[in-house]
Design a protein around this ligand. Structure first.
Ligand SMILES: Nc1ncnc2c1ncn2[C@@H]1O[C@H](COP(=O)(O)OP(=O)(O)OP(=O)(O)O)[C@@H](O)[C@H]1O
Length: 251
C-alpha cells in the first residue's frame, strides 16, 4: 500500500468552495456580496474569516453551510456538491454533518443543559454515544450544570453548552459565527480554548467568523475578505499580525 510515511499526517479535504458568486437582488439594486471566492478546508484545521463590515463574511459562511444559496460556483462538502441539493436534503446534510455555534447561544430556554446538548443528536435519530457525551461534557466543564436551564447559567456556560451540542454529533465542519461576541474576555478565551482543543485532540474542522484579532489568533489560518473577495491569508496568526493585516485592508 502506498501511503504517507509514518507520523506524517495526510491532509483530508473536507470542504471546497470554487468560484462562489453571490449576488443579492437584480438590476440597479444588485449587491455583489461574493465575487468568485475559492478556498479549501482540510480536516483538523481551524480557519478564521475576517474582514471589514459588509465584506461578505456572513454571506460566505452561510453559503458554505447551505443556509444561503449561491448565485454561481460550487461548494462541495465531503463528496457532495451542496449547491445542487433540494432543501430537504440540505437540511438533512446540515443536521448530520455540520455543527453551529452562534453569537447568541441559541439554546432552548425550556430545556436543561443536558437536554439542549442531546437535542441535535435526537433530531438526527442517533443513539447517544454515552462515552463521547461524557468526554464532551467533562472537557467543557459542564458536569455540574447539566440540570440547569439557560437562564440559570452565565453567558460563558451557555456558550459552552452550545459548543457541546455542536460537537456531540461529531460534525464534519463546525461553523462558529462570532462565538465570543457576547462574552467577557475570560469566558471568550475559555470557549476559544475548547474549540482549539477540539481541533487539536479530535481533528475537528472549525470555520469561524470574527471581528476580533484575539479570537482569530486561536486559528491555524485567517482568510481576509474585502469587498466580496479573499484578499489575503495568514497562516499561524498572532494577534499583532492579524491587527497589521486588518489595518492594511482597511487602509
Ligand atoms: N439579504 C440580503 N439582501 C441584500 N443584501 C445583502 C443581504 N445580506 C447581505 N447583503 C449585503 O451583502 C454584503 C455582504 O454582507 P455580509 O453580511 O456578508 O457582510 P459581513 O462581512 O458579514 O458584515 P458584518 O461584519 O457587518 O456582519 C453587504 O453589502 C450587505 O449589505
Amino acid at each position: 500500500m502506498i501511503g504517507a510515511p509514518p507520523g506524517e499526517r495526510v491532509s483530508e479535504l473536507v470542504m471546497t468552495a470554487a468560484d462562489v458568486v453571490k449576488t443579492y437582488g437584480a438590476g440597479d439594486g444588485a449587491v455583489s456580496a461574493l465575487r468568485g471566492v475559492s478556498v479549501s478546508f482540510v480536516r483538523g484545521q481551524f480557519t478564521a474569516i475576517m474582514g471589514p463590515s459588509g465584506s461578505g463574511k456572513s454571506t460566505f459562511m452561510h453559503c458554505l453551510a447551505g443556509l444561503d444559496t449561491v448565485t454561481s460556483g460550487s461548494i462541495v462538502v465531503g463528496e457532495v456538491d451542496i449547491t445542487g441539493l433540494s432543501r430537504t436534503r440540505l437540511t438533512e446534510l446540515r443536521r448530520d454533518r455540520m455543527g453551529f455555534v452562534f453569537q447568541s447561544f441559541n439554546l432552548l430556554p425550556m430545556l436543561t443543559a443536558e437536554e439542549n446538548i442531546r437535542l441535535t443528536g435526537r433530531l438526527a435519530g442517533r443513539d447517544l454515544d454515552q462515552g463521547w457525551f461524557d468526554t464532551v461534557v467533562d472537557t467543557l466543564g459542564l458536569r455540574g450544570r447539566l440540570a440547569h436551564r439557560p437562564t440559570e447559567m452565565s453567558g460563558g456556560q451557555q456558550q459552552r453548552v452550545a459548543v457541546a451540542r455542536a460537537l456531540l454529533t461529531r460534525p464534519e465542519v463546525l461553523f462558529a459565527d462570532e462565538p465570543t461576541g457576547n462574552l467577557d474576555s475570560r469566558s471568550g478565551a475559555e470557549v476559544l480554548g475548547f474549540l482549539r482543543a477540539a481541533v487539536d485532540d479530535y481533528q475537528q474542522t472549525v470555520v469561524m467568523v470574527t471581528h476580533d484579532p484575539v479570537a482569530a489568533a486561536y486559528a491555524d489560518r485567517v482568510l481576509f475578505l474585502a469587498d466580496g473577495a479573499i484578499v489575503d491569508e495568514l497562516a499561524g496568526p498572532t494577534i499583532d499580525a492579524v491587527h497589521a493585516r486588518m489595518r492594511k485592508i482597511e487602509g
